[in-house]
Design a protein around this ligand. Sequence first.
Ligand SMILES: [Zn+2]
Ligand SMILES: [Zn+2]
Length: 96
Amino acid sequence: MDRNREAFDTDWTQFPTCPYCGYENDDYGCFEGDGDRVECECPGCEKMYIATMHLDINFSTQKPPKCSDCGKEYLVGRDSLCKTCYQKERVRKGIK
Ligand SMILES: [Zn+2]
Ligand SMILES: [Zn+2]
């Protein structure tokens, strides 16, 4: 076991987390960019610690799938059908 992280998860946390008391400091406006090391005073226990900011922002996009019935792109649907066709299909099959 790594003795530095015996009590709190302080690596890759959403907010700088105090290694002494575990207080999550959501006021991190003093950070400016990736890899910034900032001395923080914990609002919870008032001890100083060093926090390093990691910026890891990713996005993924994709085009909506096409409805296998009417061929229109749809955002909300099921079973490869757009919402309209899916509802028609349910009515056709008599599913409530
Ligand atoms: Zn603290
Ligand atoms: Zn459709």
